[in-house]
Design a protein around this ligand. Sequence first.
Ligand code: PLP
Length: 467
Amino acid sequence: MPTLDNYKTFLKAHPSYAATSRLDDLRADDYGRLDRAGQIYLDYTGGGIYAESQVRQHQQLLLKGIYGNPHSTNPASHAATAAVENTREYVLRYFHASPDEYDVIFTANASGGLKLVGESYPFRPDDHYLLTFDNHNSVNGIREFAHARGSEVTYIPVALPDMRVVERQLEDAWDKALPGHNNLFAYPAQSNFSSVQHPLEWIERAHARGWDVLLDAAAFAPSNRLDLSVCKPDFVPLSFYKIFGYPTGVGALIARREALAKLRRPWFAGGTITVASVQGDKYYLADGHTAFEDGTVDYLNIPAVEIGLRHIEAIGIEIIHERVSCLTGWMLEHLTAMRHATGVPLVRLYGPTAMQARGGAVTVNFYNTHGQAIDHRAIEEAANRSNISLRTGCFCNPGAGELAMGISRLELAVCFSQPLHEQRLSIDDFRTCIDGKSTGAVRISTGLVTNFNDVQGFLNFAQGLLG
Ligand SMILES: Cc1ncc(COP(=O)(O)O)c(C=O)c1O
């Protein structure tokens, strides 16, 4: 159990934590179920936890209002349209994005926004899609649109142990953009694998060399300020449940209007057109976000996004950031210091050991007294038994995972070229294929209402794994 002495030492090492104490009050008032359940929740990169007041406010809104399908002018439709448009404006304001410069497209999640960019970006032969190894699969997936249209795809590796990009390689790749062609560069503001925060300064440097920039903010936005009056990526996908837990099913693609005008949708759907004709075999897309929101938007849940954003603003994202930094710093210091009696370190960390330019996730593999890796699934099962929610696997980030686990291009090629694996490959087949190497890791991620007891509780659990 966490002791007072531990807490005092922690406060001494991280004095700025004291200024975040309002989050302890908030947790007691608005997230009491976490402590009532006795659960240690440490998967904030997977999904945020919602406050009870968010649900109540949303429920009140629904119980009082009469909302109908927004594609009409009747009063119920008008109420839904107003709620959706107010939320759209609020999203822009939250991210300090000028409405003259940026537009917001509501999607189901970050992946929905990424797919819109992938399918609509005007890739042609000699165009280029450049991305870091460190990317979520929904960013990797865009390469299939690029391949299909004959564009070049280039991956930039990250380097162990910190898992940051060697900038010289990036500079060289930026210089390969052909003038007059469409060049798209995609990277995460924060890695969902290593928690590395890749530099936001890349945006302007890439722009200056002729690249459009897609900044995946899904893992960054929940505990960092993303100020779109300062940095100006072209496309910013995110999921709101990662920021404030509720509602699920709503995300956004925040896009620069100029970049949005460059996209070419592959189809039209209800709600996206001004006119579509059957006999005339022609359609006219609407302007801006309307052209990208297929069918009926989630008009009952979208207003809960404004409630969630107001909730974060009332706390202050800087306070959340500070708390996450202090707690993650403490976890890093203590977890990486744990040793078996044999002197073997308990964990191997994938990512930076210091808090500079990193977020609140700590990704590791555990080792036994003999220095053999313990399967991440066994760690997850042990954590489950201790009522600790964490995440294991490769977190849909295979590029970072392959580098971290030392899985080579050659091994993958041998595996994927086996006739048996031409069409199908299960995760167990894959494990056998790469000779029993680890295919995943354990990710512990802090967030909005993580407290010292959560982190210390996890450290106690880790200590219990020492031989
Ligand atoms: C960095 C990053 N990008 C994209 C996504 C995809 O988000 P979603 O599953 O909500 O579409 C995630 C989800 O974990 C993520 O961490």
